[in-house]
Design a protein around this ligand. Sequence first.
Ligand code: ATP
Ligand code: MG
Length: 250
Amino acid sequence: MSAALDIRGMSQAFLGREVLSGITLAVDPGEVVALVGPSGSGKSTLIHVAAGLIDPREGRITRRYRRHAMVFQEPRLMPWATAEDNIAFAARLAGQPRRAAREAARAAAAAAHFAAEDLGKFPVELSGGMRQRVAIARALVVRPDFIYFDEPFTALDVALKRRMQDLVLDATGAGHFGAVFVTHDLSEAARVAHRVMVMHPTGQGIDGERRVPGLPGARSEAELFALTQTWLHEDRLFRHIHDVDERRIA
Ligand SMILES: Nc1ncnc2c1ncn2[C@@H]1O[C@H](COP(=O)(O)OP(=O)(O)OP(=O)(O)O)[C@@H](O)[C@H]1O
Ligand SMILES: [Mg+2]
């Protein structure tokens, strides 16, 4: 099977400082790969390069999916447009006629648990979690077969977070999209992903990976709990996961 996303020997530097090196990562169609690592380890940079938003310094990136979407770490909504228009614009850009785009926007908002009565509000009138759900709806509305998620559910409370994870599980279980899913939350990674990649703490690349046993959506709570406890307490690959980036504090 050809990978939907194939990254070979990629490196990236900002202002002469290398933040990623030797990144090789292949994601199969329909596969969800979680990317975990401490703050500053280069997770956002990696997916921005993968999605073609910035060019890598070196390496080759092959994208074999039809259309991707991205859920950014900050929602990045257009402040002058309502929630509905923010979502519908994405559908229009993807080529949908006006009326169809509007209907698709409402359906995507509902799928992202965004209430219909809030669709006329502007971003400034929305809570952080509501804005994040608009951003998720905006990604879903283009019917992507690949999604880059950058800590998409951190602004959500526990119950909503679970429902959004279930949305991802249902969609990927039905083969609708593959994904690279950046998260700080190991239990979230264990729940949604087929495979977990761990970033090196100071951005030297990927330290290693663990395949999550069983299929996403078919793992019990007890299994997930046991697995994350093992990762955290017994698996050295995860030892830096909660480190803080000293350079940011200095
Ligand atoms: N546009 C930029 N210009 C200069 N340096 C940058 C830029 N973007 C990122 N960096 C640096 O690259 C490194 C990796 O940043 P990145 O945002 O990819 O980390 P991250 O793993 O996503 O962190 P977090 O978990 O906090 O979101 C950091 O040291 C950061 O300061
Ligand atoms: Mg980030």
